[in-house]
Design a protein around this ligand. Structure first.
Ligand SMILES: NC(=O)c1ccc[n+]([C@@H]2O[C@H](COP(=O)([O-])OP(=O)(O)OC[C@H]3O[C@@H](n4cnc5c(N)ncnc54)[C@H](OP(=O)(O)O)[C@@H]3O)[C@@H](O)[C@H]2O)c1
Length: 271
């Protein structure tokens, strides 16, 4: 199943477009001729990207700043996009962040904010835009999960659980919506070089940051975005970019949690 054909009245709605993987996905979609609606909180960054996309690819690029943790602001997205005269034919739920460290010491508000942005917003936007896709029998949904989804994550318990939700939700919808002409893909990258790591501040064994502790696996946001959009185009259910990570995740399926969890707890513990 391929992506919907670009049209002047349709657009891809992309959350977390102000940097990292989201901005790279915007460039991939614009290069294929899709108009884009860019969503995140940092409006200046969205405006700069919109200008770049229009300039380079001659597509319509709109900015709709929104705090996705805020249910009211989020619920107005549909009408704000309709007011632009656009229909969402591609939905990319990419916005997200991770908490880290021992859960009993973490900020409860930040943990709940993570659930709101990483899980609740994905469900809310899918509920808002999937029915019209089904009615049109045309649409595509790319949800950015993570390799963190494939196993519980001690010292990032909320993030691992949030991304597991997104993976399970996406795989189920892939199956449900296939017969309605809609393709759904979960993009599950391992470490990607973005601001994510400064925000998450995952300090693991030896005080190193997580991605430094597993050298050779970090990829560029452009590579993650390309793999995700190509996977969506070709109707893949799950995409894990990069051979080393794909092999690691395949192998990890055969290791029981009783073995994996203590190893991960040791690896992820700050010391
Ligand atoms: N980097 C990695 O290693 C990695 C690996 C696997 C999966 N992922 C996932 O990939 C996705 C993109 O992350 P990234 O690596 O590109 O990190 P990033 O550069 O920090 O980008 C995160 C994006 O999410 C947006 N965002 C965060 N909170 C938001 C909120 N309350 N409302 C609206 N937008 C919000 C940010 O925009 P504003 O701050 O402007 O609002 C930003 O555009 C996330 O879902 C992340 O979990 C990342």
């Amino acid at each position: 199943m391929s992506l919907p054909t670009p049209a002047p009245s349709s657009a891809a709605l992309l959350t977390g477009a102000s940097g990292g993987i989201g901005a790279a996905i915007a460039r991939e979609l614009a290069a294929r001729g899709h108009g884009i609606v860019l969503v995140a909180r940092r409006e200046e960054r969205l405006m700069a990207l919109a200008a770049e996309l229009t300039d380079r690819h001659d597509v319509r690029a709109e900015t709709v700043p929104c705090d996705l943790a805020d249910a009211d602001s989020r619920s107005r997205l549909g009408e704000r996009i309709a007011a632009l005269g656009l229909e969402v034919e591609i939905l990319v739920n990419n916005a997200g962040f991770a908490t880290g460290g021992p859960f009993h010491q973490s900020d409860p508000d930040r943990e709940l904010e993570q659930v709101r942005v990483d899980v609740e917003a994905v469900v809310a936007l899918t509920s808002a835009f999937a029915p019209a896709m089904v009615a049109r029998r045309r649409g595509a949904i790319l949800n950015v999960s993570s390799t963190a989804a494939f196993q519980p994550m001690p010292y990032s318990a909320g993030y691992g659980a949030a991304k597991a939700y997104v993976l399970s939700f996406s795989e189920a919808l892939h199956q449900e919506l296939h017969g309605h002409g809609i393709t759904v893909t979960a993009l599950c990258p391992g470490p990607v070089k973005t601001d994510f790591w400064q925000i998450a501040d995952w300090k693991v064994a030896g005080g190193r940051s997580f991605e430094e502790a597993i050298p050779g696996t970090t990829i560029a946001p452009e590579a993650a975005a390309r793999a995700g959009v190509r996977g969506l185009e070709s109707g893949k259910r799950v995409v894990v970019p990069g051979l080393p990570m794909r092999w690691a995740m395949d192998a990890s399926r055969y290791i029981p949690h009783a073995v994996k969890l203590p190893a991960l707890e040791w690896f992820m513990r700050r010391r």
